[in-house]
Design a protein around this ligand. Structure first.
Ligand code: CU
Length: 175
């Protein structure tokens, strides 16, 4: 083998190593799973749950958006004096090499007006926006599931909260 050929092979090997760099240094920041449970009725918001795998650096999730939905909000359920209420969540920590979990009874997404095409396709493409790399956006499709059983129970909580918030002013005016 000529020296030139050996050099070329060495260069190829270096390139391959560089490509596999992420695998060698542990897991990258990523959205690894998630699903949406539709509201019990079309006017009720859907709820979204997902799991984010932390990368080498701690970051924050600052927004979740969907082109095929009218509105998406991050919420957190909190229990105060035995009553579960929800408050909007503006950011959520993703620890380095840890995970951030949005699940029933805790942090969750509320999604209004999911486009019919997305419902028929059974998934909603979403963008998860983080604080690293000038607001890195990670795209992930959340599987859409119909409302039923235990999921519908969670939905009632959401509906009740919205009702309370929306009707607070008019009711107060009447009384
Ligand atoms: Cu909520």
């Amino acid at each position: 083998m000529k020296p030139f050929a050996i050099l070329a092979l060495a260069a190829t090997a270096l390139t391959l190593t560089a490509c596999g760099e992420n695998l060698g240094k542990g897991q990258p920041l990523n959205v690894v799973s998630g699903h949406i449970v539709m509201g019990a009725t079309p006017d009720r918001p859907a709820v979204g749950y997902f799991r984010v795998q932390g990368g080498p650096q701690p970051v924050q999730l600052v927004a979740v958006t969907a082109d095929l939905a009218q509105r998406v909000e991050m919420h957190e359920s909190v229990k105060e004096n035995g009553i579960v209420t929800m408050k909007p969540l503006l950011r959520a920590d993703v620890p380095a090499k840890g995970e951030l979990v949005f699940k029933q009874g805790g942090k969750h997404l509320m999604i209004w007006g999911i486009n019919g095409a997305a419902v028929r396709a059974g998934k909603l493409p979403m963008a998860f926006v983080f604080t690293n790399n000038n607001n890195e956006r990670i795209l992930f499709d959340l599987v859409i599931k119909p409302a039923e059983g235990a999921a519908a129970e969670g939905e009632m909580d959401h509906g009740a909260m919205n009702h309370a918030a929306e009707k607070a002013a008019p009711d107060a005016a009447k009384k």
